[in-house]
Design a protein around this ligand. Sequence first.
Ligand SMILES: O=C[C@H](O)COP(=O)(O)O
Ligand SMILES: CC(=O)C(=O)O
Length: 218
Amino acid sequence: MSFPIEIIDRLRQCRVVAGFSVDHVDHAVPIAEALLAGGIDAIELTLRTDAGIDAVKAICQQVPDMLVGVGTILTPDAAAAVAQAGAAFGVAPGLNRRVIEGAKDAGLPFAPGIMTPSELETAIESDCRFVKFFPAEASGGVTFLKSLAAPYKHLDIEYFPLGGVCVDNMLDYLRMPEVTAVGGSWIVNKQMVENGDWAGLQSRSAEVVNALKTGGER
Ligand SMILES: O=C[C@H](O)COP(=O)(O)O
Ligand SMILES: CC(=O)C(=O)O
Protein backbone atom coordinates (compact mmCIF):
# COMPACT_ATOMS: atom_id res chain seq x y z
CA MET A 1 0.00 0.00 0.00
CA SER A 2 1.16 3.51 -0.61
CA PHE A 3 1.81 5.78 2.30
CA PRO A 4 -1.43 7.65 3.18
CA ILE A 5 -1.28 11.36 2.48
CA GLU A 6 -2.82 12.07 5.93
CA ILE A 7 0.23 10.57 7.61
CA ILE A 8 2.63 12.38 5.28
CA ASP A 9 0.79 15.61 6.17
CA ARG A 10 1.12 14.90 9.90
CA LEU A 11 4.85 14.26 9.46
CA ARG A 12 5.23 17.43 7.42
CA GLN A 13 3.60 19.38 10.22
CA CYS A 14 5.57 17.95 13.14
CA ARG A 15 8.85 17.87 11.13
CA VAL A 16 10.79 16.11 13.90
CA VAL A 17 10.10 12.55 15.02
CA ALA A 18 11.53 11.37 18.34
CA GLY A 19 13.12 7.94 18.02
CA PHE A 20 13.59 5.73 21.06
CA SER A 21 13.64 2.21 22.46
CA VAL A 22 12.25 1.18 25.84
CA ASP A 23 13.69 -1.41 28.18
CA HIS A 24 10.65 -1.21 30.47
CA VAL A 25 7.13 -0.98 29.11
CA ASP A 26 6.24 1.31 32.05
CA HIS A 27 8.44 4.00 30.55
CA ALA A 28 6.54 4.12 27.26
CA VAL A 29 3.53 6.24 28.19
CA PRO A 30 5.43 8.79 30.35
CA ILE A 31 7.95 9.30 27.52
CA ALA A 32 5.17 9.84 24.97
CA GLU A 33 3.29 12.19 27.30
CA ALA A 34 6.40 14.25 28.02
CA LEU A 35 7.21 14.57 24.31
CA LEU A 36 3.65 15.58 23.54
CA ALA A 37 3.56 18.12 26.37
CA GLY A 38 6.73 19.66 24.92
CA GLY A 39 5.19 19.82 21.44
CA ILE A 40 6.54 16.73 19.65
CA ASP A 41 3.62 14.64 18.48
CA ALA A 42 5.31 11.94 16.40
CA ILE A 43 7.54 9.08 17.49
CA GLU A 44 9.47 6.17 16.08
CA LEU A 45 9.56 3.50 18.75
CA THR A 46 11.94 0.71 17.81
CA LEU A 47 11.48 -3.03 18.11
CA ARG A 48 15.03 -3.45 19.39
CA THR A 49 13.91 -4.50 22.86
CA ASP A 50 11.52 -7.13 24.17
CA ALA A 51 9.25 -4.39 25.48
CA GLY A 52 8.80 -2.89 22.00
CA ILE A 53 5.42 -4.23 20.93
CA ASP A 54 3.80 -3.81 24.35
CA ALA A 55 5.13 -0.27 24.46
CA VAL A 56 3.56 0.48 21.07
CA LYS A 57 0.22 -0.90 22.27
CA ALA A 58 0.36 1.15 25.48
CA ILE A 59 1.08 4.41 23.68
CA CYS A 60 -1.55 3.80 20.99
CA GLN A 61 -4.16 3.14 23.66
CA GLN A 62 -3.21 5.76 26.24
CA VAL A 63 -1.73 8.63 24.19
CA PRO A 64 -4.10 8.86 21.22
CA ASP A 65 -2.80 12.26 20.08
CA MET A 66 0.63 10.81 19.39
CA LEU A 67 1.45 9.72 15.84
CA VAL A 68 2.99 6.33 16.52
CA GLY A 69 5.60 5.05 14.09
CA VAL A 70 7.59 1.90 14.72
CA GLY A 71 11.19 1.30 13.69
CA THR A 72 13.45 -1.71 13.19
CA ILE A 73 10.77 -3.79 11.48
CA LEU A 74 12.91 -6.61 10.12
CA THR A 75 10.42 -9.38 9.29
CA PRO A 76 6.93 -9.73 7.79
CA ASP A 77 5.71 -11.10 11.16
CA ALA A 78 6.98 -7.98 12.91
CA ALA A 79 5.09 -5.82 10.38
CA ALA A 80 1.90 -7.76 11.14
CA ALA A 81 2.42 -7.40 14.91
CA VAL A 82 3.00 -3.66 14.56
CA ALA A 83 -0.20 -3.24 12.54
CA GLN A 84 -2.08 -5.30 15.13
CA ALA A 85 -0.68 -3.13 17.93
CA GLY A 86 -2.29 -0.07 16.33
CA ALA A 87 0.72 1.85 15.00
CA ALA A 88 0.19 4.43 12.27
CA PHE A 89 3.27 3.51 10.24
CA GLY A 90 6.46 1.49 10.22
CA VAL A 91 10.04 1.92 9.04
CA ALA A 92 13.20 -0.15 8.86
CA PRO A 93 16.90 0.53 8.56
CA GLY A 94 17.10 -1.29 5.25
CA LEU A 95 15.11 -2.42 2.26
CA ASN A 96 13.74 -5.97 2.33
CA ARG A 97 11.11 -6.87 -0.25
CA ARG A 98 9.60 -9.51 2.05
CA VAL A 99 9.06 -6.91 4.76
CA ILE A 100 7.55 -4.48 2.24
CA GLU A 101 5.12 -7.22 1.14
CA GLY A 102 4.39 -8.18 4.76
CA ALA A 103 3.55 -4.58 5.61
CA LYS A 104 1.32 -4.35 2.53
CA ASP A 105 -0.52 -7.54 3.53
CA ALA A 106 -0.94 -6.24 7.08
CA GLY A 107 -2.20 -2.83 5.91
CA LEU A 108 0.72 -1.05 7.57
CA PRO A 109 2.02 2.09 5.83
CA PHE A 110 5.72 1.38 5.55
CA ALA A 111 8.90 3.24 4.56
CA PRO A 112 11.95 1.06 3.88
CA GLY A 113 15.43 2.36 4.62
CA ILE A 114 17.55 3.37 1.63
CA MET A 115 21.00 4.90 1.17
CA THR A 116 21.91 4.19 -2.47
CA PRO A 117 20.31 4.89 -5.85
CA SER A 118 19.87 1.14 -6.39
CA GLU A 119 18.00 0.74 -3.10
CA LEU A 120 15.87 3.74 -3.95
CA GLU A 121 14.97 2.23 -7.33
CA THR A 122 14.01 -1.04 -5.64
CA ALA A 123 11.82 0.95 -3.25
CA ILE A 124 10.17 2.77 -6.17
CA GLU A 125 9.62 -0.53 -7.97
CA SER A 126 7.95 -1.82 -4.78
CA ASP A 127 5.63 1.20 -4.81
CA CYS A 128 7.33 2.98 -1.89
CA ARG A 129 7.57 6.72 -2.59
CA PHE A 130 8.22 7.68 1.02
CA VAL A 131 11.55 6.30 2.22
CA LYS A 132 13.73 6.47 5.27
CA PHE A 133 17.20 7.82 4.45
CA PHE A 134 19.49 5.90 6.82
CA PRO A 135 22.18 6.31 8.08
CA ALA A 136 21.89 9.95 7.05
CA GLU A 137 24.98 11.62 8.45
CA ALA A 138 27.38 8.68 8.11
CA SER A 139 26.52 8.24 4.44
CA GLY A 140 27.19 11.88 3.56
CA GLY A 141 24.43 13.97 5.09
CA VAL A 142 22.54 16.69 3.26
CA THR A 143 25.08 16.99 0.45
CA PHE A 144 24.76 13.29 -0.27
CA LEU A 145 20.95 13.34 -0.06
CA LYS A 146 20.70 16.26 -2.51
CA SER A 147 22.85 14.37 -4.97
CA LEU A 148 20.94 11.11 -4.44
CA ALA A 149 17.53 12.78 -4.79
CA ALA A 150 18.29 14.80 -7.95
CA PRO A 151 17.69 12.10 -10.62
CA TYR A 152 14.38 11.07 -9.00
CA LYS A 153 12.93 14.55 -8.42
CA HIS A 154 10.29 14.10 -11.14
CA LEU A 155 8.97 11.04 -9.27
CA ASP A 156 8.05 13.05 -6.15
CA ILE A 157 9.94 10.86 -3.71
CA GLU A 158 9.85 12.05 -0.09
CA TYR A 159 12.62 11.34 2.39
CA PHE A 160 12.75 10.79 6.14
CA PRO A 161 16.42 11.16 7.21
CA LEU A 162 17.64 9.50 10.41
CA GLY A 163 21.02 8.51 11.73
CA GLY A 164 23.17 11.22 13.26
CA VAL A 165 20.49 13.89 12.84
CA CYS A 166 20.40 16.32 15.76
CA VAL A 167 19.33 19.82 16.70
CA ASP A 168 22.45 21.28 15.04
CA ASN A 169 21.86 19.80 11.58
CA MET A 170 18.10 19.09 11.42
CA LEU A 171 17.28 22.39 9.73
CA ASP A 172 19.72 21.69 6.90
CA TYR A 173 17.67 18.60 6.04
CA LEU A 174 14.32 20.25 6.64
CA ARG A 175 15.13 23.05 4.19
CA MET A 176 15.07 20.46 1.40
CA PRO A 177 11.55 20.35 -0.09
CA GLU A 178 11.84 16.59 -0.54
CA VAL A 179 12.35 16.02 3.18
CA THR A 180 9.05 15.33 4.90
CA ALA A 181 10.46 15.15 8.44
CA VAL A 182 13.64 14.14 10.22
CA GLY A 183 14.05 11.88 13.21
CA GLY A 184 16.58 10.82 15.76
CA SER A 185 17.31 9.40 19.15
CA TRP A 186 18.95 12.51 20.57
CA ILE A 187 15.72 13.90 22.03
CA VAL A 188 14.79 11.04 24.35
CA ASN A 189 17.75 11.21 26.69
CA LYS A 190 18.41 7.80 28.28
CA GLN A 191 19.53 9.22 31.62
CA MET A 192 16.35 11.27 31.91
CA VAL A 193 14.30 8.16 31.22
CA GLU A 194 16.19 6.13 33.81
CA ASN A 195 15.73 8.93 36.35
CA GLY A 196 12.04 9.33 35.51
CA ASP A 197 12.78 12.99 34.73
CA TRP A 198 9.67 13.55 32.63
CA ALA A 199 9.74 17.32 33.20
CA GLY A 200 13.28 17.38 31.81
CA LEU A 201 12.18 15.40 28.78
CA GLN A 202 9.28 17.76 28.23
CA SER A 203 11.71 20.72 28.26
CA ARG A 204 13.99 18.93 25.81
CA SER A 205 11.05 18.34 23.49
CA ALA A 206 10.03 22.01 23.77
CA GLU A 207 13.60 23.13 22.98
CA VAL A 208 13.53 21.16 19.73
CA VAL A 209 10.15 22.63 18.78
CA ASN A 210 11.49 26.08 19.57
CA ALA A 211 14.56 25.50 17.40
CA LEU A 212 12.21 24.52 14.56
CA LYS A 213 10.31 27.78 14.90
CA THR A 214 13.44 29.90 14.70
CA GLY A 215 14.57 28.60 11.33
CA GLY A 216 14.14 26.07 8.60
CA GLU A 217 11.60 27.63 6.27
CA ARG A 218 11.28 25.42 3.19
O1 LIG B 1 15.91 4.86 13.49
C1 LIG B 1 16.62 5.16 14.39
C2 LIG B 1 18.02 5.51 14.19
O2 LIG B 1 18.83 4.55 14.83
C3 LIG B 1 18.30 6.86 14.70
O3 LIG B 1 19.64 7.16 14.59
P1 LIG B 1 20.35 8.04 15.69
O4 LIG B 1 20.43 7.19 16.93
O5 LIG B 1 21.69 8.34 15.13
O6 LIG B 1 19.53 9.26 15.92
C1 LIG C 1 17.70 2.45 12.23
C2 LIG C 1 16.38 2.28 11.69
O1 LIG C 1 16.13 2.75 10.63
C3 LIG C 1 15.39 1.51 12.38
O2 LIG C 1 15.72 0.97 13.42
O3 LIG C 1 14.26 1.43 11.92
